[in-house]
Design a protein around this ligand. Structure first.
Ligand code: ADP
Ligand code: 5GP
Length: 199
C-alpha cells in the first residue's frame, strides 16, 4: 500500500481555507484533516478537538519543548502548531493529510517534508478579503486590521507554493483542490508498482 500524501493549504485569514476544506472533506474519503493546537480563544461554534485543540500558552510551550509539533508559528498574537504524531500515523496508514497553516509554518514543512504539496488560496482581491473578514464577524476591528496587515506579508510568499487557487466560488475552488489531489495521486512514482511482473 502507498503511504498517503501531505498537502499544505495556506492563504490569508478570510480567504476561505476552512470553508473549502470543510466542503472537500465531505467529498473525499481517505483524507484526514490535521487538527492544530492553538492558544487562540475558540470562536462561536468552534469545538475543542474538532476545529482545534484549544489550550493555554504554557500547555503549548510544553508541546514545543517535548518536540511534539511538526511545525509551529505565532500568528497575530497566538501560537498555532501541528501535532506530529497523528499526521505521521495517518500518512503511514495511507491517508492523505491536509494541513491548514500559515506561511511560516508552511516554510517549515517544505524544509522538513520536501515531498509535501503546497496550495495557496486567495479570494481574488484584498478588497474581497476585507469584506469576507468583516462578514465572518468573528474578529474585533483591531484584529481584522492585524489580519489584513498579515495578509499582505503572507501573499508575498505565494510564489513558493506549488499551486495557487482563486477562491471566487467555493464549489470551483473545492473542485480545483480535488483536481490537484487527484493528479498528485496519479503521479508515476506512486503507480509504477502496479506494472511489475509479479502483479
Ligand atoms: P479562512 O479559513 O481562510 O480564514 P473562512 O473559511 O473562515 O476563511 O472564510 C472567511 C469568510 O468568507 C467566511 O464567512 C466564509 O463563509 C466566507 N467565504 C469563504 N469562501 C467564500 C466564497 N468563495 N465566496 C464568498 N464567501 C466566502
Ligand atoms: P484562525 O485564527 O483564523 O483559525 O487561523 C489563523 C491562521 O493560523 C491561519 O492562517 C491558519 O492557516 C493558521 N494556522 C492554523 N493552524 C495552524 C498550525 O497548526 N500551524 C500554523 N503554522 N498555522 C496554523
Amino acid at each position: 500500500m502507498n503511504k498517503g500524501k501531505l498537502f499544505v493549504i495556506s492563504g490569508p485569514s478570510g480567504a476561505g481555507k476552512s470553508t473549502v476544506i470543510t466542503r472537500l472533506l465531505k467529498q473525499l474519503n481517505n483524507v484526514y484533516f490535521s487538527i492544530s493546537a492553538t492558544t487562540r480563544e475558540p470562536r462561536r461554534g468552534e469545538r475543542d478537538g474538532v476545529d482545534y485543540h484549544f489550550m493555554k500558552k504554557e500547555e503549548f510551550e510544553k508541546l514545543i519543548d517535548e518536540g511534539q509539533l511538526l511545525e509551529y508559528a505565532e500568528f497575530v498574537g497566538n501560537y498555532y502548531g501541528t501535532p506530529a504524531k497523528p499526521v505521521d500515523q495517518k500518512l503511514e496508514a495511507g491517508y492523505d493529510v491536509i494541513l491548514d497553516i500559515e506561511t511560516k509554518g508552511a516554510e517549515q514543512i517544505m524544509a522538513k517534508r520536501p515531498d509535501a504539496i503546497s496550495i495557496f488560496l486567495f479570494p481574488g482581491s484584498f478588497a474581497i478579503l476585507e469584506e469576507r473578514l468583516r462578514l465572518r464577524g468573528t474578529d474585533s476591528e483591531e484584529k481584522i486590521l492585524k489580519r489584513l496587515a498579515q495578509a499582505k506579508i503572507e501573499c508575498k510568499k505565494a510564489e513558493m507554493y506549488d499551486y495557487i487557487i482563486i477562491n471566487d466560488r467555493v464549489e470551483t475552488a473545492c473542485d480545483e483542490v480535488i483536481a490537484i489531489i487527484t493528479a498528485e495521486k496519479c503521479k508515476t512514482a506512486g503507480r509504477l508498482h502496479y506494472l511489475k511482473e509479479e502483479n
